[in-house]
Design a protein around this ligand. Structure first.
Ligand code: NDP
Length: 284
């Protein structure tokens, strides 16, 4: 009888709610395509159970796991070490076992920057970033670490916006400004990249519209949206009509998957396989 190995490598996700998170389908599509004998287990984990879940994953030899809402900050207390951007952002969405140590990484912003690199190198670019929540923090920090020169944070809540501006100015070489979002925003004409990192436009609010003067978008600007569902948001469609190049939220999601699998297995997977899977799921 030939030797068999019935022990698959394990990774997964801890979140609540977990049922609508499509990451398992996307990651497993890559595992199947590349013949990687690994499973991604999507787990519903309540805040009070997070410590046990992390210990369980460690005890069972998981290679690592994603953390989503509401565990991205709380998980840090259960880890041995943080990667540079996770430490700067103050949140972890991807835990990686390195030897006996659990290391917290953040792939949100890295996934965005990878997606951006398909169109342009962020080095020296000026960003106008809408939002100051978790996604915006990750995008701002990672874009700054990738060499973006200036970032204008447009946010409704001046306290949250101000905290992100201070973080960028203190911890990175980019210069950040705050624009409190009280009325229709006109994008500066020297902006290279406009990013929606708010939840405006996310299903079911599909007609959600940023209070932004679309006439201030110029064809040389790149417009990116973090919203993965639906991928073709109003912002993306209107920006295309104005001649801008665009990046949808699926690019960020797919590239996060690529980066996570690399962290866990060392393997570079083909992003196109995951892109096709999420397009199928979101009916693109
Ligand atoms: P948070 O709750 O942390 O932040 C939400 C942000 O949106 C805040 O800045 C908030 O402003 C702003 N906002 C919400 N509603 C409005 C509104 N009506 N008008 C103006 N501003 C508004 O959320 P996250 O940062 O975690 O997530 C944001 C979005 O990013 C979600 O839709 C999520 O799906 C998406 N995302 C996509 C990823 C991908 O891979 N594609 C990865 C991670 C997130 P204020 O501070 O004033 O309240």
């Amino acid at each position: 009888m030939p030797a068999h190995n019935f022990l698959s490598r394990l990774v997964g996700s801890f979140a609540t709610p977990a049922a609508e998170n499509p990451t398992v389908a996307m990651i497993e599509a890559a595992f199947v395509h590349h013949g990687i004998d690994a499973r991604y287990i999507n787990c519903e984990v309540a805040p009070a159970d997070l410590a046990d879940a992390v210990r369980g994953a460690k005890a069972m030899g998981w290679l690592g796991f994603n953390c989503s809402i509401p565990h991205k900050v709380a998980v840090i207390a259960h880890l041995d070490e943080l990667g540079q951007s996770a430490a700067t952002i103050g949140a972890v969405n991807c835990v990686v076992r390195r030897g006996a140590r659990l290391v917290g990484e953040n792939t949100d912003g890295k996934g965005f920057v990878e997606s951006l690199r398909t169109l342009v190198d962020p080095a020296g670019k000026k960003l106008t970033l809408f939002g100051a929540g978790g996604a915006a923090r990750a995008i701002a920090v990672e874009s700054a670490l990738a060499g973006a020169s200036a970032i204008t944070i447009v946010n409704r809540d001046p306290v949250r916006g101000g905290e992100l501006v201070a973080l960028i100015n203190e911890k990175t070489s980019a210069v950040a400004y705050l624009a409190v979002w009280e009325r229709t925003v006109t994008v500066d004409e020297d902006s290279d990249l406009i990013v929606n990192a708010t939840s405006i436009g996310l299903y079911p609010d599909v007609e959600g519209r940023l209070d932004l003067d679309m006439a201030s978008l110029r064809p040389n600007m790149i417009v990116a949206d973090v919203i993965p569902n639906p991928p073709r948001t109003l912002l993306i469609r209107e920006a295309e009509q104005r001649g801008c190049r665009t990046l949808d939220g699926l690019g960020m999601l797919v590239n996060q998957g690529v980066i996570s699998i690399k962290h866990w297995t060392g393997i570079d997977v083909e992003p196109g396989v995951m892109r096709r899977k999420v397009e199928e799921l979101f009916g693109v």
